[in-house]
Write a protein that binds this ligand. Sequence first.
Ligand code: F2B
Ligand code: ZN
Length: 266
Amino acid sequence: SLDWGYTDDNGPSTWAEKYPLAAGARQSPVDIDTSKATSDNSLVDREIDWSYPSNCSYRIVNTGYGWRVDTYGDDTALSGGPLSEVYKLEQFHCHWGATNDEGSEHTVDGKSYAAELHLVHWNSEKYSSFKEAASQPDGLAVLGVFMEIGNADNAELEKIISLIPKIIHKGQDSQASFDLDFGSLLPESKHYWTYLGSLTTPPCNECVIWTVFKEPITISERQLEVFRSLKSVGEEDAIEPEEGKLVKNYRPPLPLGNRVLRECGP
Ligand SMILES: NS(=O)(=O)c1ccc(C(=O)NCc2cccc(F)c2F)cc1
Ligand SMILES: [Zn+2]
């Protein structure tokens, strides 16, 4: 069985047994208590800037914990906002729940969204690899985008969702080169909250500068159901057809503690 996951016997409340960092004081996600957010002048004119290629070759893989799109981040760049260096896009993935009233990892004044998209970047200016950056306090920069259920499909996500039937089982992957307009995976408003946190899955390294956008993007119920059709087990694992479905893969919020939560944007 998986040494960590999201079921009762290997879920978030058990992770610290095998992954001691999970019990740290700089863990993610957190509940964003908007009354605690400070809009000090340190970020006032520092917009988050990103540049992603319009067409690129990607690999989508079933990690056993969800889908992940590996980007070959050569001509990608994330800078500004809380970041002091330029970060490169390594991968993006998503977290969701069994029903639409849960699923996001960060919450806003206790409210959960149906899902949350994470665009994972690493500090290629200071470090020579993603792995090295993931062991540093300023090594990664993750953009969090809330997803709420809307009537319309999200056209950009549809390019990814159409590949999911090829990676139903853990370990399967699919190579595709499609022109993904990342700009439309991000909300119109650049209003964001930022704080220092961690990976939200084991080993839970405390290496992430988090930027969570206030405005959600929309995804359809059908699209979210496709996410839930992924399996956490391999093709060879003999289980019943309905077993092993990845219906939830989110970590509930951890205490912000004495960390500063800053907000910026219109
Ligand atoms: N949900 S999230 O956005 O916070 C998140 C982002 C990346 C990873 C990750 O890369 N894990 C593997 C991993 C862990 C440590 C060091 C590595 F090199 C590595 F690949 C985990 C969680
Ligand atoms: Zn994530």
